[in-house]
Ligand binder design. Structure first.
Ligand SMILES: [Zn+2]
Length: 413
């Protein structure tokens, strides 16, 4: 971690950079002693003290005497104070919009989920107004339970779609049936009714899943990682050299729509034989002989395969093979250190791992194949939700004092 700033920076720029680094550290790692911060940021004690004072005054952190020192009484010398983020005072709203579910959460600084609401629905296309109305209800309920004086510093939204990040316009969401829906604007209107003026960031679910796993999950510390999210469709988020791969317009990483089987099924995107038509929910249910089953049927198929049911075993073999083909392409192109199987694939992966690895022997080149770890998400089912929260916290973590003073001024108006 570098904290000293570049040569030629003004003192103010260096201070901003250091305030940002310190807040980001306690946001990701939790309560941290001043001694440890001095060591990881390579700054002296008085500088750490001054930075902590700035953040304390802004209401973003508080300092505590460590519990052990408290128990030892006053004779134990002067203990190093512990710097703690203040989740109860500073939070974001995170929304995860799936093809057949909605999740809304209030997430505190430091990453803890303080409150959440979920709605699981029958599959099918549904309108933007339905989504904003459900999310509005959830938001009102959670606001009512927030601590008085607390402040919402951002809103993050994950959706299985191609998203224009500037304004949160959903350009294309084949499995929702959405083309050019103004999600960002609609959410801004809804949140405005509750007096929330924080910035709204809408992102692709795969990208945000990758972000969350990179910050605090199975890819923490990895510079190159691929997060796959299998639902009705299949998406991905890709980290290259420690940075998200975006593409020119932010639409990169649509691995689910790479064509792997030109003789296969028609995809919702209009192409034939996309990877998601071989490993998505519908492919699994078709192969298992339950073409119209609900989402929960996938778990039942996985369980039946463990008990030796021939049809379920055949379905898992099918998915394992096609996962091996697609993951072979992924590792040949990106040479990731880790591939994470999220969403529905989180349940499926353990049942198909052996088949996947066997296929990978013929599809993945030996050099990158030998380096890759294949794992399920460190954050369980919450990767995309947590990623939405992390995206929402990003402006605050980049320039804490500026953002919090801007929002506090708004709150006073
Ligand atoms: Zn497709």
């Amino acid at each position: 971690m570098t904290a000293a700033g570049t040569a030629g920076s003004t003192q103010d720029e260096v201070r901003r950079h250091n305030v940002s680094t310190l807040l980001r550290y306690v946001h990701v790692h939790g309560p941290t002693s001043r001694t440890e911060l001095t060591s990881v940021m390579q700054l002296n004690r008085s500088t750490i003290g001054a930075l902590t004072a700035d953040l304390t005054q802004a209401g973003l952190v508080r300092e505590e005497v460590p519990a052990r020192a408290r128990a030892a009484g006053t004779g134990a010398g002067r203990p190093s104070l512990v710097v703690c983020p203040r989740p109860e005072k500073v939070y974001v709203f995170a929304y995860d919009i799936g093809v057949d579910y909605l999740i809304a959460a209030r997430v505190g600084l430091g990453g803890s989920i303080l409150d959440r609401r979920e709605l699981h629905r029958l599959r099918g296309d549904y309108a933007l107004e339905d989504v904003t109305s459900h999310l509005g209800r959830f938001t009102a309920e959670m606001l009512g339970r927030a601590e008085p004086g607390s402040v919402c510093v951002g809103v993050g939204v994950a959706i299985a779609a191609l998203v224009r990040e500037d304004d949160g316009q959903v350009r294309y969401a084949p499995n929702l049936g959405w083309v050019d829906e103004p999600l960002g604007t609609a959410l801004a209107d809804m949140l405005g009714e509750y007096g929330i003026k924080a910035r709204i960031a809408v992102g692709n679910d795969g990208d945000l899943g990758a972000l969350a796993e990179h910050v605090r999950g199975a890819a923490a510390g990895s510079s190159d990682a691929v997060y796959l999210t299998g639902e009705v469709g299949v998406g991905a988020g890709i980290i290259v050299g420690g940075e998200p791969l975006r593409g020119y317009g932010g639409y990169g990483g649509e691995i689910g729509h790479t064509v792997v089987n030109p003789a296969g099924r028609l995809c919702r995107c209009g192409a034939r034989g996309c990877w998601e038509t071989e490993i998505g929910e519908k492919a699994i249910l078709d192969a298992a002989g339950h073409p119209d089953g609900p989402r929960s049927t996938v778990s039942a198929v996985v369980a039946a395969s463990a008990e030796g049911d021939p049809r379920a075993l055949a379905a898992m073999r099918h998915v394992g093979e096609w996962l091996g083909i697609g993951v072979g392409n992924v590792i040949n192109i990106f040479n990731p250190e880790v591939v994470i199987f999220g969403g529905l694939l989180r349940d499926v992966f353990p049942a198909v791992e052996q088949q996947l690895r066997t296929t990978l022997l013929t599809t993945g080149l030996a050099a990158p194949r030998e380096q890759v770890r294949l794992v399920t998400p460190g954050l369980g089912a919450d990767s995309t939700l947590v990623g939405a929260a992390e995206r929402a916290f990003a402006p605050l973590l980049f320039d804490p004092i500026e953002v919090i003073s801007g929002l506090t001024a708004v709150a006073v108006d």
